[in-house]
Design a protein around this ligand. Structure first.
Ligand code: SF4
Ligand code: SF4
Length: 107
């Protein structure tokens, strides 16, 4: 049997380098998750910090108007794409009004 030839160090692809913007859209990291962020539409003030900080571009907007229990009106709702959310918890930490709960993932 022929011996497998391993690549030399300078033939390896670069690691920990983002080679193109938006490449996280092509990765489905949802099955990494052990905790799940759950967004509370009523508490959310639509500041979009979670959308800015999410490393996996998991937040998206839906043209779904929402009126909070206190009567505040929003023209859109914010959703989480769980195919992309890896459960890192950054959004939970960054939300200024604690509108995202972090609950144990049940599969
Ligand atoms: S837990 Fe991490 S990956 Fe999931 S939505 Fe929040 S910031 Fe994005
Ligand atoms: S950071 Fe919190 S308040 Fe701001 S949009 Fe996200 S969930 Fe809503």
């Amino acid at each position: 049997m022929a011996e497998e030839k391993l690549p030399a160090w300078n033939e390896l692809p670069p690691g920990a380098v983002i080679l193109e913007p938006g490449s996280s859209e092509k990765r489905y990291t949802g099955d990494w998750r052990i905790f799940r962020p759950v967004l509370n539409q009523d508490k959310c003030i639509r500041c979009l910090l979670c959308w800015v900080y999410c490393p996996d571009d998991a937040f998206y907007f839906e043209d779904e108007p929402y009126v909070t229990s206190k009567g505040r009106k929003y023209k859109f709702s914010l959703k989480i794409n769980y195919d992309h959310c890896k459960g890192c918890g950054i959004c939970v930490e960054e939300c200024p009004v604690n509108a995202i709960d972090f609950v144990e993932e049940v599969k």
